[in-house]
Design a protein around this ligand. Structure first.
Ligand code: NAD
Length: 468
């Protein structure tokens, strides 16, 4: 989904809310119209787009200028919050789209945060540790007046991790002596005030949203006669098929695209799950797709990835990893014959040209925006179950909230408390979305997520008197 797709969907869903007399019945006529026009305009525009460039001296003494961004989309629900991405695909449009998705995600999960995002146009694997340290510190120097524990709180995203957050926190502390610095960033190392379990939180949450949908929700809520005809019924049938597989102890075939922070954890969760039996037949990263009919040895791949920062991509490397697999091109994973496909890499993986080749019945958006707007509508109409990004990948920000709270009250939560809280909140949000979607026959799972998020954002804008 591009920024244009996201904005078009916001406009569409605001129009539906406007036409729904049961939402805000106290406002009607011209005033109602004006309030909805104002809120649509506010939510399809970003509050602030900051573009800068970071000057880095490379190890070979060359000087490089690297574009860097911070987009603050909206803070009606609380302080701006959103990750910082290091990637060679970063652009202003991409960062803005991700910032809008953060506003919607935080509203959907009822977190007291608005939405923001940052990005730096670098491919981290082409830079040394010293160079990455320099880039991280310079990012804080450039954006220091715009970030802070009660204004805009960054976290890791693609290409960044707890080390990046620790460096950034250290730089923020140096620039702002005497100020609360721990709450300025989340996703830090545990040694530096991070929450236990934060590193795994997004991947765990992604997996949990899917497992909960199949193993808890679908069991009691997908009886054919209670489901509206059309896509809803096809989707319910796909979910029932997975429940039947689980009951017969037949493995569910699952593939995971992307093997970084989110993907490797989601793959491990599927591999080790006691509740649903899985065969993780394929995983991929930027360089390769690995496939094994009987299932891949995920723990060995995780340990190879920890040392080499990528999956094995040649016969020799597979041998070194002790893993048996067939080797395919990276993009091959999207169209593999599996029951469930988890996206945990980059945007725009299902597009017009490959949408009809997707074989998985359940698609889980661990990555942000992996499915293009038109392809998304096609998949829905053809009965695929898509668990949308703003619902599925919120585990990270849910735990970030606990980290931010813990840094303010200086009381540490245990890992069990952190993960139990995250899973409980994921379940509440999933229950809200799937209950309304199947129960009320709403137009798509993604539309239901947007409607729930927009109801909250509209209500806050209305209560704060921002719509006149
Ligand atoms: P990461 O940098 O740790 O890993 C990214 C993975 O994707 C790597 O394995 C990389 O090789 C792979 N990849 C890159 N391009 C690819 C391609 N074209 N095809 C296949 N694989 C490709 O990043 P991450 O933190 O795991 O984030 C992955 C996705 O999850 C991103 O979309 C990110 O926005 C989203 N996300 C992350 C978090 C978080 O807490 N880290 C939170 C919410 C959403």
């Amino acid at each position: 989904m591009s920024i244009k797709d996201t904005q078009a969907l916001i406009e569409d869903m605001m129009q539906r809310l406007y036409e729904d007399d049961s939402f805000l019945p106290e406002e009607s006529g011209q005033t109602r119209k004006q309030f909805f026009q104002s809120s649509t305009e506010i939510l399809t525009t970003s509050d602030k787009i900051i573009k800068s460039s970071i000057r880095v001296s490379r190890d070979n003494r060359e000087i490089e200028r690297i574009p860097a961004y911070r987009v603050q989309h909206n803070n009606i629900a609380g302080f701006y919050k959103g990750g910082i991405r290091f990637s060679e695909l970063v652009s202003e449009e991409e960062v803005e789209n991700l910032a809008v998705l953060m506003t919607l995600k935080n509203a959907l999960h009822e977190l007291p945060y608005g939405g923001a995002k940052g990005g730096v146009l670098v491919q981290p694997k082409d830079y040394s540790v010293r160079e990455l340290n320099m880039i991280s510190k310079k990012y804080v120097q450039r954006f220091t007046t715009d970030i802070g524990p009660t204004h805009d709180i960054p976290a890791p995203d693609m290409g960044t991790n707890e080390q990046t957050m620790d460096w950034m926190t250290g730089e923020y502390k140096t620039i702002n002596p005497g100020r609360n610095y721990l709450g300025a960033f989340t996703g830090k190392s545990v040694a530096n005030g991070g929450a236990k379990g934060r590193r795994e939180a997004t991947g765990r949450g992604v997996y949990h949203s899917y497992e909960w949908l199949v193993d808890d929700w679908a069991r009691g809520h997908t009886k054919e006669e209670s489901i509206p005809e059309g896509p809803h019924r096809m989707q319910a049938a796909h979910l029932r098929k997975l429940v039947e597989k689980a009951d017969k102890k037949e493995p569910i075939r699952i593939a995971v695209q992307g093997f970084g922070n989110v993907g490797s954890v989601a793959a491990e969760m599927a591999y080790h799950s006691q509740r649903l039996l899985h065969c993780v037949t394929a995983v991929s990263d930027h360089g390769v797709t690995l496939y094994h009919r009987e299932g891949l040895d995920i723990p060995s791949l995780v340990s190879y990835q920890h040392t080499h920062h990528q999956l094995p991509s040649t016969e020799e490397e597979l041998q070194e990893a002790g893993v048996e697999a067939e080797i395919f091109r990276p993009e091959h994973i999207v169209t593999m014959d599996v029951n469930v496909l988890i996206f945990a890499a980059v945007e725009d993986q299902v597009l017009d040209h490959n949408k009809e080749e997707v074989k998985a019945d359940v698609l889980v958006e661990g990555a942000n925006a992996p499915i293009d707007g038109a392809a998304d509508r096609w998949l829905h109409e053809n009965g695929k179950v898509v668990i949308p990004d703003i619902l599925a990948n919120a585990g990270g920000v849910l735990v970030s909230y606990l980290e931010w709270k813990q840094d303010r009250i200086t009381q540490l939560f245990t890992e069990e408390e952190v993960l139990a809280d995250m899973e409980r909140q994921m379940e509440q949000s999933c229950e809200k979305v799937f209950g309304s979607y199947f129960g009320e026959g709403l137009s798509s799972i993604r539309n239901t997520c947007y409607i729930e998020a927009l109801k909250r954002l509209f209500t806050l804008l209305y209560r704060h008197g921002k719509l006149f």
